[in-house]
Structure formats: C-alpha cells, structure tokens
Design a protein around this ligand. Structure first.
Ligand code: PAF
Length: 282
C-alpha cells in the first residue's frame, strides 16, 4: 500500500491509474478506523481496480474546537488496517497540504434543504465544511465510485446534492450501518466513551429498533416521544434531536402514510460524547 502525503504525489498516482484505465474506488475517512470503515473499504476493493482511502481530520467541518481537539487519531493502526484490507493507496495529508491558501473559503455550496435540518441546524457550517473537503478530495482522486456509510444518513443526501450542484461525475455508493454485537452503531467517537457510558450506549439502537414495532399502531408523534423518553431516562444520556423524516427530502413527516420511505435520525449526548444513529420505518 502506497502512503501518499502530498497533493502532487496523489495527482501523479491518479494520473497513472487513469492512463491504465483503472476504475478508482474511493473511501474518504477521518481515520480512527473501525470495522464500519473497513466494510466500505472491502466494498470498494471488490468493485474497483484501485482503492484509494483518505485519512484526514477536516478542521472545516468542526463547529466546536473541543470536538476537533479530542477527535480520536491513530494513524499507525489505521494504515495497518487499510493495508490488510487490500487498499492500493492511502492519502493522509496535513492541513496545510489540503488547504495551502488557508481553510477559509468564499464559496457557498448549494446543498439544498437537506443540509438545513438536523445536523445542519445543530452544527452550523458543518455541511459546508464537509462539502469543501469532499469536493477537493473528489477533484484530486477523480474516483469512479465513492463509498459512504449510512450511519451518516444526512451526510450522504448532502453529498449527493453537492455532487449534483458542482457537476461532479462520481457515483455515490451508500453502505449499510455496521453495528457492534450489542447493536451500537460503530463510530470513531465510541472510543471516547467511559466503560459505563459504553455499556449503556446500545440503548440508542434498542430504543430505535423497538420503536419500529411500536410505530405500527402508534402515531409519528407518539413514536417520536416514546423514543426520546426512553433514551433520556438512561443516566448521562440526553437526546439532542430525534426527527422522523422523509428519507429523500429529510423533511419531517407527520403521518406514516405521507411518504413511502421514512427514517428516524437521532443524535444523543452520552456524557460529553455526541453519537448519531438512524432507523428505517418504511
Ligand atoms: O464521514 C466522515 O468521516 C467525514 O465527514 C468525511 C466524509 C470523511 C469528510 O471529512
């Protein structure tokens, strides 16, 4: 596996692959890799001639400096996992390499209403930062397909909108959430949980899974409230938002028959650690 630190080297590497008409699969990550990331990588490796993974903690998508400072990093272990999964090259640049003229940008991406709700509301500027880095990565890596995990359900919708508005020719592949045996959605942030918080964390998925059954004979409002009540009753846990939305527009629904595809998206503070998850109702 080639480890690439500079933009120039990446451009050369990609040009060589394009000359050989190799299909490029791309998995953008912020490192602290776990089995969820590896499932995306494995999908890319099986679909493509060449798989490139980026490991870059993008400062422009963090609206909270403490969150950026405490974001877990372990490059050595990341590279080992990626090499073992059959990755062709990893791009792990510094912030200066990614943003040679600084991180500030005048460009406002058109991300649609999908970027204004939920994470867009609670993390102002987050999706502009995600769009900024993903666009730059797509321009450098020039992938045929790029793989994203459905744990960040809203991020996938926003990236699809960005790709459309910026006229980027890439197929966005959404991959299912990977969970621990006890149901907790795998996330780099899980490493930040204390033993006690980790023990309680599966309650998020349990409540969501239980609510799918509950929703069959209860209203959207009652389903929503019962999930929030159940999770808020767990010590140290507080729901930041839980929204039951149309899976395509991400706008809230009030009735179950309003849309053929409905998903519940949740963000929970478990102590100081912000965890997200989602569940399909329809
Ligand atoms: O999902 C993530 O890890 C990040 O938002 C991404 C897509 C790698 C952009 O920094």
């Amino acid at each position: 596996m080639q480890i690439i630190r500079s933009v120039d080297e990446l451009i050369g590497y990609v040009a060589m692959q394009k000359n050989h008409h190799h299909e490029i699969g791309f998995v953008p990550t912020m490192g602290a890799l776990h089995a969820g990331h590896i499932s995306l990588v494995e999908r890319a490796v099986s679909d493509s001639d060449v798989t490139i993974v980026s490991v870059f903690v993008n400062p422009t998508q963090f609206n909270n400096p403490t969150d950026l400072a405490t974001y877990p990093r372990d490059e050595e272990s990341d590279f080992k996992l990626l090499a073992g999964a059959g990755v062709s090259a990893v791009f792990a640049p510094s912030v200066e390499e990614m943003y040679p003229s600084g991180t500030a940008s005048d460009h406002v991406f058109e991300l649609g209403t999908a970027a204004e709700v939920m994470e867009g509301k609670y993390r102002p500027g987050h999706f502009q930062g995600v769009a900024q880095v993903v666009k730059r990565l797509f321009e450098l890596v020039r992938p045929d397909k790029a793989y994203f995990g459905e744990k960040d359900f809203q991020q996938i919708a926003v990236i699809r909108n960005m790709v459309k508005s910026e006229h980027i020719d890439v197929e966005i592949v959404a991959c299912p959430i990977k969970r621990a045996d006890d149901g907790l959605a795998l996330s780099s942030r899980n490493q930040l949980l204390t033993a006690e918080q980790r023990r309680r964390a599966p309650e998020i998925h349990s409540a969501l899974a239980w609510s799918v059954e509950y929703s069959r004979d209860h209203s959207v409002r009652a389903t929503h409230d019962s999930v929030v009540e159940r999770i808020d009753a767990v010590p140290e846990m507080k729901v930041e938002y839980f929204e039951i939305v149309d899976a395509r527009t991400l706008l809230p629904v009030e009735e179950w028959d309003e849309s053929p595809e409905i998903v519940g998206c949740i963000t929970v503070y478990n102590g100081k650690v912000r965890l997200i998850d989602n569940i399909r109702y329809r």
